[in-house]
Ligand binder design. Structure first.
Ligand code: ADP
Length: 711
C-alpha cells in the first residue's frame, strides 16, 4: 500500500490569516496572543512564548517576552533560547525536566519536547519563537515548515513594534483614485498654474488635502538639506497653544526626530496608524492618533513634507494615502516656483532693511540724475525735508536750491554733477561743506548697470563725516598747540637755567632770570591744568562745591591777584551794586571763570584799553535762557573783537581764531571751552557779543540764592 508522505507545504490559507493578523491594527501583545491561538490550527503544542528584542534586534539588548496564558511557564530554559540564537537555526530537543530540577512539580510530564526557532530576517535576529509539547511525536516536519514560514512575518511585526516602528506606505497608483478624485486633482493642477506666494500655495494645498482625506489637521514643512532641518511653513487645524511645533511660524526643527524628519531624510512616505502603539513617538499635537507624512520630491529628494494628522486611529486608509500622494506628485513644480518667488521676496526684503537702516544717504539716480529710489537717511543727511516717494527729484537741479544758502562752495557740487555726466563710467568722490550748522559730507558716486551691463545711472552714497573730520582737526590742533604752547615756555626755561648754570650773575640779574623761569613754569603748569580740566569736564567728573557767596566779596578777593596781571597795561572798571542777592556757586570755579574771561580781555586788547566787569540781577536775560532770576556778569573789553564766522566756534576746545594777531598772542584754545563748561555746570549760560576792531562783551549767568536755599 502506498503511503502518502505528510505534506511539508504550510497550510496557505492559515499563513494568509497569520500575515493579516500580524499586520493588523491590534496592539502587539494581542496580536501575539491571537497568533498563539491560530498556531494551534497547524501545530500541536502545549505552551509557547516569543522572546524578542524590540529596539535594536540585537540579542544583547533587553529582551521582551510574550507567552501563552497557561503552561509550564516557570520552567522555560533560557539556555535553549540562546542556543537557537547562536546557531541561527531551530533547536529541536527533549527536556527531561525531573533531571534538571531539584523539586519538579507533580503535574509535569517526565519529558517535554522543545522546538525553538530563531526569527531572523536580513541577517538580523529579531527574537526566538519557542513551543513545547509532551510526547515524542511533537513537531513534525510539516509543523516545522509552517513555523519556518511565519518567522519573516514575525520579524516584520517585531521591527515595526520596536524602534523602527513607522510603517512605510507604498506609492499608490493614481488609478486607485476615484473618478471624482481624479477630476478634482485635474482642476487643482490647473489652479496651481497661477502664480502664488509660498504661503498661499501651501495653504491652498493644505485645505484641499484636508478636505479630500478628512484629516483634521495638516502641515507643510520645507526641508533644509544643508542644515538637516525642517522649517514648518504652513499649518492648519493644530491647537496653537502648548508644546506643538506648529505654534510659531517658520519654526525650525531637527530632522533627526519624528515622522516628518524621517520622511524628509528618506524621501519616502510613512504612516502611523495609531500613535498609542508607538511608545517612543511624539506626535506634533497631543490629541493626534494617526499621522501620515508624504514628501514632495524633486530631483530625487524631499523638497517639503506634508503631514496629515487625525485624532482617529487608522484614519488613513489606502484611499486617503492615494489622494494625498496624488496631491504631492503635482506639487513640486508650483512649489519650486513659489520658493523662487519667496527667495526673491526675502532677498529684496533683506536689501530693503539694510538700505533703510543705513546711516549713509543712498540714492539711485537715472542717467538724467533723477532720484529713482532713496533711503530715509538721504534727505536727512542733506538736511532737507523728507521726500515723498512719488516726488520727482533731480540731482543737482532740485538739490542745490535747497542747500544753496548753506554751501560754502556752490560751484563744487555743480562741477561734481557735471563730471558724473561727462564721464559716466567713472567712480567719483568729493567732500561738500555746509554751514549753519557746520557739516562735512563725503559723496561717492558710482555708476550702476542693469543685468545686461548697460549703464542705468548712478548710486550716490552720502555720509556725514563732520564728527570724524572734527576729531581729526582736534587731534592735529592738539598736537600743534601742545608743540607750540609747551615748547615756547620750555625753551625759555631751558635757556635761562642753562645760562644760570654756565656762570655767576649779579644777584639782581640772577633773580630776574629765576623769576622768568618761575613764570614760564607757571605758564606750563596752567596749560597742563587746562588740559586736565577739559578732560575732567568732558568726562563729567567735576563736581561743584556750591555755597551761598557774595559776588562783591569774591571779586574783591580777586582784585589783588588780577592787578598783578592786568593793571599794568589796562584800565579796570568794576561795577557791582550794593544790593545784590548772593549767588549759590562754587567759589573756586567762578574765580576760574572770571579769571579766564579777564585774562582773555587783557590778552586780546591793546595796551591802555578799558576792561569793565559788572554784575547785575537779571530776569531771564535772553529769550532762550532758562526762565528765572539770575546774576548776570559781563566782561567787556575794547580789544580786537572776534570775526562773526568764528563766533559760534570759539567755545570749542582747541579752537582759536586764526590771524596774525592771535598767532602772535598764543594760547591753547581751551580757556573758553572750560569756562563754558563751568558756567553750564552751575546751570547758567554764557554768550558773547563782539564787533571786529571795537571790542567784545562776554556775558554769563549764575544762580542766585532762592528762599529755599537759605539755611
Ligand atoms: P586762547 O585764548 O588760549 O586761544 P580761549 O578758548 O580762551 O583760548 O579763546 C578762544 C579764542 O577766542 C581765542 O583764540 C581768541 O581768538 C578768541 N577770544 C577769546 N576771548 C577774546 C576776546 N576777549 N577778544 C577777542 N578774541 C577773543
Amino acid at each position: 500500500m502506498l503511503t502518502v508522505p505528510p505534506t511539508t507545504q504550510p497550510a496557505l490559507p492559515l499563513l494568509a490569516t497569520v500575515a493579516r493578523l500580524l499586520s493588523s491594527d491590534l496592539v502587539f501583545v494581542d496580536r501575539m496572543h491571537d497568533l498563539f491561538g491560530l498556531l494551534h490550527e497547524a501545530v500541536q503544542f502545549y505552551d509557547a512564548r516569543l522572546i524578542y528584542w524590540p529596539q535594536t534586534a540585537q540579542p544583547g539588548a533587553p529582551r521582551e517576552q510574550i507567552g501563552t496564558d497557561d503552561g509550564w511557564h516557570e520552567y522555560w530554559i533560557d539556555d535553549l533560547t540562546d542556543l537557537a540564537v547562536q546557531r541561527g537555526a531551530p533547536v529541536h530537543t527533549s527536556i527531561p525536566f525531573e533531571k534538571l530540577l531539584d523539586d519538579p512539580a507533580d503535574d509535569l510530564p517526565a519529558e517535554i519536547w522543545y522546538y525553538g526557532i530563531p526569527i531572523t530576517w536580513n541577517e538580523q535576529t529579531w527574537g526566538v519563537l519557542e513551543l513545547r509539547a509532551a510526547g515524542s511525536a511533537a513537531f513534525t516536519a510539516a509543523e516545522q515548515a509552517f513555523l519556518t514560514a511565519i518567522t519573516p512575518l514575525l520579524a516584520a511585526a517585531i521591527a515595526i513594534e520596536g524602534g523602527d516602528s513607522m510603517l512605510p506606505v507604498l506609492a499608490q497608483r493614481v488609478d486607485q483614485l476615484t473618478a471624482e478624485q481624479a477630476h478634482e486633482i485635474a482642476i487643482l493642477r490647473q489652479e496651481l498654474e497661477a502664480p502664488l506666494t509660498l504661503n498661499a500655495l501651501l495653504m491652498k494645498l493644505l485645505h484641499w488635502v484636508l478636505d479630500a482625506t478628512g484629516a483634521e489637521a495638516g502641515a507643510f514643512s520645507l526641508v533644509d538639506h544643508d542644515r538637516g532641518e525642517l522649517v514648518v511653513q504652513a499649518h492648519t487645524g493644530y491647537p496653537l497653544a502648548g508644546a506643538t511645533p506648529y505654534g510659531e511660524p517658520r519654526r525650525r526643527l531637527s530632522w533627526e526626530q519624528g515622522l516628518v524628519g524621517k520622511v524628509a531624510r528618506t524621501g519616502r512616505s510613512l504612516l502611523i496608524r495609531d500613535v498609542n502603539r508607538e511608545p517612543d513617538y511624539q506626535p506634533g499635537s497631543p490629541n493626534v492618533r494617526a499621522e501620515l507624512a508624504i514628501p514632495i520630491n524633486a530631483d530625487g529628494r524631499a523638497l517639503a513634507v506634508l503631514v496629515l494628522s487625525s485624532p482617529r486611529s487608522a484614519a488613513f486608509g489606502e484611499g486617503e494615502v492615494a489622494v494625498a500622494q496624488a496631491l504631492c506628485m503635482l506639487a513640486p513644480q508650483p512649489l519650486r516656483r513659489a520658493l523662487r518667488y519667496q527667495e526673491l521676496l526675502e532677498t529684496s526684503t533683506q536689501l530693503n532693511q539694510v538700505v533703510t537702516s543705513m546711516p549713509i544717504g543712498l540714492a539711485l539716480l537715472d542717467i538724467q540724475g533723477r532720484v529713482l529710489r532713496h533711503n530715509p537717511a538721504w534727505a536727512h543727511v542733506w538736511g532737507i525735508g523728507e521726500l515723498a516717494s512719488d516726488e520727482l527729484f533731480h540731482v543737482p537741479w532740485d538739490l542745490v536750491p535747497q542747500i544753496l544758502a548753506r554751501l560754502t562752495n556752490p560751484m563744487g557740487l555743480n562741477d561734481f554733477c557735471a563730471n558724473d555726466q561727462s564721464s559716466p563710467t567713472d567712480v567719483q568722490t568729493t567732500t561738500i561743506r555746509l554751514r549753519d550748522p557746520h557739516q562735512e559730507l563725503d559723496v561717492l558716486s558710482v555708476p550702476t548697470r542693469d543685468s545686461l551691463g548697460q549703464l542705468t545711472g548712478r548710486l550716490w552714497l552720502v555720509s556725514d563725516v563732520t564728527r570724524e573730520r572734527e576729531a581729526d582737526r582736534l587731534k592735529s590742533e592738539f598736537i600743534s598747540v601742545v608743540s607750540h604752547e609747551l615748547r615756547t615756555p620750555l625753551t625759555s626755561i631751558l635757556g635761562y637755567t642753562e645760562l644760570l648754570m654756565a656762570r655767576e650773575f649779579a644777584p639782581a640779574e640772577q633773580r630776574e632770570f629765576v623769576k622768568t623761569v618761575y613764570d614760564e613754569a607757571g605758564h606750563l603748569s596752567q596749560i597742563v591744568e587746562d588740559m586736565l580740566g577739559i578732560s575732567r569736564l568732558e568726562a563729567g567728573s567735576i563736581k561743584l562745591n556750591q555755597w551761598v557767596v557774595s559776588m562783591r566779596q569774591l571779586i574783591g578777593e580777586m582784585t589783588a591777584q588780577l592787578s598783578h596781571h592786568l593793571s599794568a597795561r589796562h584800565r579796570m572798571v568794576i561795577d557791582i551794586p550794593n544790593q545784590l542777592p548772593p549767588a549759590y556757586i562754587d567759589r573756586d570755579k567762578v574765580k576760574q571763570i572770571l579769571f579766564n574771561l579777564l585774562i582773555n580781555a587783557a590778552k586780546y586788547s591793546p595796551r591802555g584799553g578799558e576792561i569793565a566787569l559788572s554784575v547785575e540781577e537779571a530776569d531771564t536775560p535772553t529769550p532762550d535762557h532758562p526762565a528765572g532770576r539770575f546774576l548776570l556778569v559781563t566782561v567787556r573789553d575794547q580789544g580786537m573783537g572776534i570775526p562773526p564766522e568764528d563766533l559760534p566756534r570759539i567755545w570749542e576746545r582747541f579752537y582759536r581764531v586764526d590771524n596774525t594777531n592771535t598767532r602772535r598772542i598764543g594760547g591753547t584754545g581751551l580757556g573758553l571751552a572750560i569756562t563754558k563748561g563751568l558756567v553750564e555746570l552751575h546751570g547758567g549760560r554764557i554768550w558773547v557779543e563782539s564787533t571786529l576792531g571795537q571790542g567784545s562783551a562776554f556775558m554769563f549767568t549764575l544762580p542766585i540764592v532762592t528762599e529755599l536755599m537759605r539755611p
